[in-house]
Design a protein around this ligand. Structure first.
Ligand SMILES: [Mg+2]
Length: 425
């Protein structure tokens, strides 16, 4: 009876987790070739679907001309973004002294070895011996370590963001809780998705739109790499085909001027598009503010930003209406900070998931579940098959939604032998 009279906090002391220590961190830069028959068949088997016959060359035929560098290519006219023909990213494994292992991902759509090298040479010595529960402190100190060196974004911040995701996975596994329960709590039981599609021929894009509505998605985003008139023509064809009930968005990948984006936006407003995405180059904050002011429809930007510092001016000038930061660039910790600032400005969050792999997808689901002002999450229906090349069990949505589970950590299981199979230097 004496034990029962002790204060509650004393009685509970036995149940307090011991401190953990980070024992090791390993980066796995990976490349999953689109032509990899093994990956396609294995993923199709996990997914219970037939293997698809998608190739790198097939991907290039659906876009304007490119300059081909072998594994990489870039738009020949605008030279906007370099892409890989394959699925490339950097998977991160963090081990603790108790045997608990966390997995994370630093999005690396090109040159994943660069991110891997930063983790090995910089992040590793900075975090060895730390308690993984010190997540926010670790991100903040990692960020601060390279401030004066002029690396406030890019590969370095991707590396610390991916590490942050692995630490959240550890903390979830150590406590037996899903990440969203620890990172703000569960705001919703399922995560609404939109899928990205694209092309250059109006009727073919409308066919693809119809195909994806058939998979159960009620929201589609068109990646359209044309001039304003070309974009509007495809947008009209897709709206006509899918009808008024499907949510449509349009991403023009920084290819417009303020004037052409205003012209395009006014066309998209008539077609009831939910947002115009990435109309201008990221540097043009004054242009973005003028555009957001000129249009009635929402403008969405932010996939290229990794920190709240980078976004401050755009927030202050209200240069956009929807923020779409990418969790495999920000990490979950800084992603939540950006989401909270957005909430302060009454701006919804639509997380970007582009070149990121399956850990990026899982981390974004957990983030979205715990984000108060979440709107909708990006998804790629067919790329999800390639992304699952490293999972033990297929991780995917059904009928346009990810269910929010109660599984500990990020809720997915990575097969290290598969990660090693696709590892590149
Ligand atoms: Mg985009």
């Amino acid at each position: 009876m004496a034990a029962l009279r002790r204060p509650v906090y004393e009685r509970n002391q036995r149940e307090v987790l011991p401190d953990l220590k980070i024992k090791d961190i390993t980066a796995f830069p990976i490349r999953v070739p689109r032509e990899d028959e093994d990956a396609k068949n294995a993923d199709a088997a996990k997914n219970g679907a037939a293997a698809r016959n998608e190739t790198a060359e097939g991907k290039l035929s659906h876009r304007p001309p490119v300059i081909d560098f072998g594994d990489y290519f870039v738009d020949a006219e605008t030279f906007t973004s370099i892409y890989s023909k394959h699925h490339e990213t950097t998977v991160i494994k963090v081990e603790t002294d108790t045997g608990i292992v966390g997995w994370g991902e630093a999005q690396s759509p090109v040159s994943p070895g660069t991110t891997g090298s930063i983790i090995e040479n910089l992040v590793r010595p900075l975090i060895l011996g730390r308690d993984p529960f010190d997540i926010e402190a670790i991100w903040t100190r990692n960020y601060g370590a390279m401030r004066e060196r002029g690396h406030p974004t890019g590969f370095y911040v991707d590396a610390i963001g991916g590490t942050d995701i692995a630490l959240w996975d550890i903390v979830g596994k150590a406590t037996g809780k899903p990440v969203h329960k620890l990172a703000g709590g569960r705001y919703r039981d399922r995560i609404k998705l939109y899928v990205g599609i694209g092309g250059i021929d109006p009727e073919k894009v409308a066919d693809i739109a119809e195909e994806h509505v058939g998979y159960g998605y009620q929201a589609l985003k068109l990646h359209l790499l044309l001039d304003a008139d070309g974009v509007a023509e495809i947008a009209r064809a897709v709206r006509k085909r899918v009808g008024p009930g499907v949510m449509l968005m349009c991403d023009v990948h920084m290819r417009q001027s303020v004037a052409s984006a205003i012209k395009l936006g006014r066309e998209l407003e008539k077609l009831d598009f939910a947002w115009l995405e990435s109309p201008l180059v990221p540097d043009d904050i004054p242009g973005a503010a003028a555009l957001a002011d000129a249009l009635d429809m929402a403008v969405a930007i932010g996939e290229w930003n990794r920190t709240r510092y980078e976004m401050r001016e755009a927030f202050e000038r209200r240069a956009f209406d929807i923020v779409m930061h990418d969790i495999a660039r920000t990490g979950i910790t800084e992603g939540h900070r950006i989401g909270t600032i957005a909430d302060t400005y009454n701006i919804p969050v639509a997380p970007h998931v582009g070149g990121g792999g399956i850990l990026s997808v899982a981390a974004t689901v957990e983030y979205s579940a715990s984000c108060s002002n979440f709107m909708i999450m990006e998804h790629s229906h067919h790329a999800n098959e390639y992304k699952n090349a490293i999972t033990a069990e297929y991780f995917g949505p059904s009928n346009g939604y990810f269910e929010v589970t109660g599984k500990p950590g990020l809720g997915i299981e990575i097969d290290q032998s598969l990660v090693e199979k696709y590892q590149v230097s």
